[in-house]
Write a protein that binds this ligand. Structure first.
Ligand SMILES: [Zn+2]
Length: 195
């Protein structure tokens, strides 16, 4: 499936240039979870464990964690802690971190490359079920927050429809994002709360 992204750019002379970029959407991107029987995982097998065992006083059920961009930028130390495992890092988040902080991006890539951490990078921007268009008048930031919520909802529904009991927990410091996540029936917290 192909969609076009349209950008408007102002030239130095003041005229408006319309730039159209092709954006391919795929239907074969695996969720990366060991408790999923639908997705075709790559040769290394699923990254996320079927018993994530994330310790949390706020939420006792087995869960995968999805942090938003600010949480990754400001709590990278917590992400690096060995106690924290089975985390889904969305492509939207990776790209925002890359644009905003080279050191945080480097550390995030290192955590993603560590097999013992079970961090899975999910290409939500290329998945036809999780990709969203920016709405007219919508700020880029708000669009990205919405993309993160959409991906979290997709994960929750994708796992629950195949009797996987692992839940999804969104971590965000943004009050508006958290309220909207809760409206969509998502579990959302401000902190990792590892004990
Ligand atoms: Zn799956």
């Amino acid at each position: 499936m192909l969609t076009n992204k349209v950008f408007l750019k102002k030239t130095k002379k003041g005229s408006i240039l319309k730039i159209v970029r092709e954006h391919y959407l795929r239907d074969d991107i695996a969720c990366g979870s060991a408790c999923c029987d639908i997705c075709v995982h790559d040769e290394k097998g699923p990254v996320l464990e079927d018993n994530p065992g994330n310790p949390s006083q706020q939420f006792s059920e087995e869960h995968y964690i999805i942090p938003d961009t600010n949480v990754v930028l400001h709590q990278i130390d917590v992400l690096e802690d060995t106690a924290l495992q089975n985390v889904i890092i969305l492509q939207t988040v990776v790209e925002e971190v890359r644009h905003r902080s080279a050191p945080a991006y480097k550390r995030l890539k290192e955590v993603l490359a560590n097999p013992g951490k079970h961090f899975y990078s999910f290409a939500n921007e290329f998945n036809k079920e999780t990709y969203i268009e920016r709405e007219p008048g919508e700020k880029s930031n708000d669009r990205n927050d919405r993309a993160i919520r959409e991906a979290a909802i997709w994960y929750r529904d994708h796992l629950s429809k195949q009797n996987c009991s692992v839940k999804i927990v969104l971590i965000t410091n943004d009050a508006d994002n958290r309220a909207k996540a809760k409206q969509s029936g998502l579990v959302a917290f401000t902190d990792f709360d590892i004990s």
